[in-house]
Design a protein around this ligand. Structure first.
Ligand code: SF4
Ligand code: SF4
Ligand code: FES
Length: 741
């Protein structure tokens, strides 16, 4: 890479040396000078110069300039309001102008106390008002969605929200209507703003025009605490602050990790926190009592029961893990079950293994790529939403995106991702050739299949990615901490697992495992079931002993994201019951096993085996990515049998797990509108052959099971394939008939 040309700029008499082309706002910051801004936000694309808050005087230019639209040039002499009376007057006038119609309702505005308009008016604005006319008012608040309210009279028309919607998220649903003084922010055709990243506009809005319906009137900034932690609702692991008041989580905001999330969150991570207070939350242990259903019991009795179940089962135990446990929680279970009882059999979450560690890059490297190839059946935005934003950023920078899957730019049959990898590695592949030649190419596996990481690593190796620093590969696992849980489970013992038959005890750890139909099938075969879950509806009815589980917002410990970055979870609020490590440590003691109840001490024990001896305190608030591993021999690749394909009449069913699904989302009223409609996606060919149009009611059938859904045509879907969200696909088999109802 060539070294950038350096230029020298003077700002308020201070010199700054920066790369030519650096924005003036950043250059000033480097010199320790503030240029105040409202509309300027480099993450949204080029500056638009809408608000004029950043006025500065530039030597040699007769008029004040919008500093945010300028870049550093050699010899430039800049004066801000701090040293230029003209600039100070200009900014003062800008603020007076902005406040002409802005209500002074700071005492009741949710942004009050953390509002850029308040802060900049305090620092740069007029001390009194000359306004004697009534200000403009609108109906308020306008619900632009169940999660976002718009108080239109507060809007200062900075266009941050519309630029986010149009350029960053690409949903195009927020628009500026009318012109001049009549301009107003609205949703497209007044439809609710239904998009996975909508909540980011609340954080972007520099005034209280866009607010969270969950947070409105819930707290004042001086009453809250912000706890730095990470979101553990998907494998991205966005860095967040959990805002708490009086022991309750009130909102989630971004803590911008530039390599992981760039300050964006998806709406699941932002709004799903209220599941903590769900009505069916389990707060005390429950024991099955014959004929009388379940009865709450005390913790001493619960531990007696758990001990009895474990002793009775010996090593004939199977543990189903969710992949949402903390590393320490999973290790606690493993120490007791593997180390103490010799119970090695587990249903572990699908994860990438170590094969991809040799092609590791931060997620932000996707933005700098020139070619991104995604293989697999699942849309990236449903599995790891922020990765979708990184891909969009790459495309804005000119990168080419190739998606190889059932609705991709390169059509591939469902379940054929491993074959796609082999095809791309073959000498005749055109995409393969471009990947080989590129210095900045990214591979992403977004699909099911346990060996995804290994298949992708084999492709990366075949393409010559070894030693190319700009080329890397990512596996998008289905669970938030699958990698960490697998590492913790492995760290407790080297013994191979033997599947017990019959299963004396099934231990179900976490809500995802409890709602997994495969785990439920195992439960039917087990003589007894111990379930650790948060909600009544999940396990009560089929478990023998239910112990209350905690949420990631109630836990301390670590979690590992899809990059392989170990991140620190901090307890934001106390759980309504003891956390897993607390009772596990007591239970372990009954078996003579010393398991500390504190995550820091548990981490200390497992870190030398699993994380190279990293100290708990070194995980840090903005965790670093470990360096790339040396390329190692790849595990043997297995070919899974291909799924049955369509014969024209029967269509191949492709199930996917939507982002807005799962036990937490189901318990958040404001997120229900984001859940997938009851619909089946069909290719245009298949729909036409059956005389089905978008919106028609259809019946989807297989082997005696049928379900009524609404049809939606997807022009990009491969013929012979239908796609249905997991929660609407029920018991349908791999091949289905679709007929007009
Ligand atoms: S609603 Fe907020 S972010 Fe959008 S234009 Fe108005 S002030 Fe800016
Ligand atoms: S992308 Fe994933 S980690 Fe980030 S906020 Fe959404 S659910 Fe949480
Ligand atoms: S910040 Fe420069 S014009 Fe708005």
């Amino acid at each position: 890479m060539s070294t950038p040309e350096l230029v020298t700029v003077t700002i308020d008499g201070r010199r700054a040396e920066v790369a030519k082309g650096t924005g003036l706002v950043e250059t000033a910051l480097q010199a320790g000078v503030e240029i105040p801004v409202f509309c300027y936000e480099p993450r949204l694309g080029p500056p638009i110069g809408a608000c004029r808050m950043c006025l500065v005087e530039i030597e040699g230019m007769p008029k004040l300039q919008a500093g945010c639209t300028l870049t550093a040039q050699d010899g430039m002499a800049v004066r801000t309001a701090a040293t230029s009376e003209k600039a100070a007057e200009g900014q003062n006038a800008t603020l007076e102008f902005i406040l002409v119609n802005h209500p002074l309702d700071c005492p009741v505005c949710d942004k009050g106390g953390e509002c850029p308009l308040q802060d900049l008016t305090f620092r740069y604005g007029p001390g009194n008002t000359r306004m004697i006319f009534p200000k403009r008012t609108f109906e308020k608040p306008i619900p632009i969605s169940p999660t976002i309210a718009l108080d239109r009279e507060r809007c200062i028309l900075c266009y941050r929200c519309t630029r986010f919607s149009e350029s960053v998220a690409g949903d195009g649903q927020l628009v500026a209507r009318n012109r001049g003084a009549q301009s107003a922010i609205a949703t497209f055709e007044d439809e609710p703003y239904r998009a996975p990243f909508s909540g980011n506009v609340i954080e972007l809005c520099p005034v209280g025009a866009l607010t969270s319906t969950q947070y409105r009137f819930e707290a004042r900034p001086w009453e809250i605490q912000n706890v730095p932690t990470v979101c553990a609702m998907c494998p991205v692991g966005c860095n967040v602050s959990a805002t708490t008041r009086e022991g309750k989580v009130k909102r989630i905001v971004s803590r911008n990790h530039p390599e992981v999330d760039e300050g964006w969150l998806c709406d699941k991570g932002r709004f799903a926190h209220s599941h903590l207070r769900a009505e069916d939350r389990i707060t005390e242990p429950l024991l099955r009592v014959r004929r009388r259903g379940f009865s709450p019991i005390g913790w001493d009795q619960a531990l007696d029961e758990a001990e009895r179940l474990l002793r009775g089962a010996g090593s004939r135990i199977v543990t189903a893990l969710s992949g949402s446990e903390t590393v320490e929680g999973a290790y606690g279970l493993a120490r007791l079950l593997r180390g103490g009882l010799g119970a090695h059999s587990a249903v572990l979450p699908e994860e990438a293994g170590h094969a991809l560690d040799a092609y590791r890059l931060p997620l932000s490297a996707i933005r700098d790529a020139e070619l991104v190839v995604v293989v697999g059946d699942d849309p990236v935005s449903e599995r790891a939403p922020i990765v979708d934003l990184w891909i969009r950023a790459a495309q804005r920078g000119g990168a080419e995106l190739v998606t190889a899957g059932p609705s991709g730019t390169l059509l591939a049959a469902p379940g054929s991702a491993a074959q796609v990898c082999r095809d791309l590695a073959a000498p005749g592949s055109e995409v393969g050739r471009r990947l080989r030649e590129s210095a900045r190419a990214i591979l992403i596996w977004s699909g099911q299949g346990g060996q995804g990481g290994a298949h992708l690593a084999a492709l990366a190796r075949a393409l010559g990615f070894d030693g190319k620093e700009g080329c890397g590969a990512f596996h998008l696992p289905a669970t938030p901490n699958g990698r960490g849980v697998a590492a913790a489970w492995a760290a407790a013992s080297d013994e191979e697992a033997e599947n017990p038959e019959p299963i004396s005890l099934l231990i179900v750890s976490g809500d995802e495992a409890a709602s997994d139909p495969n785990v439920r099938a195992l439960a039917e075969r087990a003589e007894a079931v111990l379930a650790i879950t948060m909600f009544h509806a999940l396990a009560v009815g089929w478990a023998d002993l239910v112990l209350p589980a905690t949420s990631y917002l109630e836990r301390d410990g670590t979690t590992m994201n899809l990059e392989g970055r170990l991140q620190r979870l901090r307890r934001a609020v106390m759980p309504p019951a003891p956390d897993e490590l607390a009772w596990l440590s007591q239970l372990a003691e009954r078996f003579g096993i010393a398991l500390p109840p504190y995550p820091a001490l548990v981490f200390e024990e497992l870190s030398p085996v699993a994380f190279g001896g990293l100290a708990f305190g070194e995980v840090g608030e903005r965790a670093a990515l470990p360096p790339r591993a040396e390329a190692a021999p790849l595990p043997p690749l297995e070919s899974a049998p291909p799924p049955p394909t369509s014969d024209g009449h029967y269509l191949q069913l492709l199930r996917y797990r939507p982002l807005f699904s799962g036990a937490a989302v189901e318990r958040v009223p404001e997120l229900q509108f984001q859940r997938p409609p009851r619909e089946v996606e069909l290719s245009a060919d298949d729909a036409e052959r059956r005389r089905i149009s978008s919106g028609d009611e259809v019946s989807v059938r297989s082997n005696g099971t049928s379900t009524a859904l609404r049809a939606r045509l997807d022009r990009r879907l491969a013929p012979g394939v239908v796609r249905i969200a997991e929660e609407h696909a029920g018991d349908l088999h791999a091949l289905v008939e679709v007929v007009k109802a």
